[in-house]
Design a protein around this ligand. Structure first.
Ligand SMILES: Nc1nc2c(ncn2[C@@H]2O[C@H](COP(=O)(O)OP(=O)(O)O)[C@@H](O)[C@H]2O)c(=O)[nH]1
Ligand SMILES: [Mg+2]
Length: 200
């Protein structure tokens, strides 16, 4: 898949604000700071389309990025990070509702990319999100991020740690190690997205 152009389209906190042009969507979820914005920028070959930040917890809306590729036009949807430390219980519940509303009811949603920090074992939040994702009836791509920060021979250890906590053998689940720094598996992520856009 070749990306021709991309742009920020809209931020949304409720369904009436989602795009109305009927394009397929691919959602990205993961803990704050896991590397979601970096993955979006890397995929789209943009320096700073999605804002990256070292202070977690800034994105509190669903952010839709419109992508024009040689395959089809579609949206990448940045879903707010879960596992916040600094928000109130009420805010957490509102986030949860917004995210669930979107993931459970959006007909244009064709796949979910779940980002997990590849340097560590999945956290309780990561595991909860994975378990939840299995109820969505969607193809799931699990991306282990920041793989440039671990030694080459630790790749297998990461996969083993992920396997211990997540069921990677399911038909709807794909696993890829990834790095926005070295561009490890960027093409494989694009291929996965392309396959989702081809599905009915
Ligand atoms: N070394 C390394 N750092 C990364 C990678 N991806 C993201 N980061 C850094 O991790 C921090 C959080 O990244 P960001 O993309 O903003 O995470 P988000 O909160 O999930 O959107 C930033 O300082 C990024 O530069 C990666 O693949 N390798
Ligand atoms: Mg971000």
């Amino acid at each position: 898949m070749i990306i021709n152009q991309s742009e920020f389209a809209v931020s949304a906190v409720k369904a009436s604000q989602y795009p109305k042009d009927g394009l397929d969507e691919i959602a990205l979820a993961g803990r704050s700071n896991v590397g979601k914005s970096s993955l979006i920028n890397t995929l789209l070959q943009r320096k700073n389309l999605a804002r990256t930040s070292s202070s977690p917890g800034k994105t509190q809306t669903l952010n839709f990025y419109r992508v024009d590729s040689d395959q089809a036009d579609f949206y990448l949807v940045d879903v707010p990070g879960y596992g916040y430390a600094k928000v109130s219980k009420k805010q957490r519940e509102e986030f949860g509702e917004m995210i669930q509303d979107y993931l459970e009811t959006r007909a244009y949603l064709k796949g979910l990319i779940l980002l997990i920090d590849g340097r560590h074992e999945p956290t309780a939040d990561d595991i909860a999100m994975y378990d939840y994702s299995q109820y969505l009836n969607l193809p799931i791509l699990i991306v282990a991020t920041k793989m440039d920060k671990i030694k080459k021979n630790a790749f297998n250890k990461t996969e083993a740690a992920f396997r211990k906590h997540l069921n990677l053998n399911k038909d709807n689940v794909t696993f890829l190690p990834f790095s926005s720094v070295t561009k490890l598996n960027v093409d494989q992520v694009k291929n996965w997205i392309e396959a989702r856009l081809d599905e009915e």
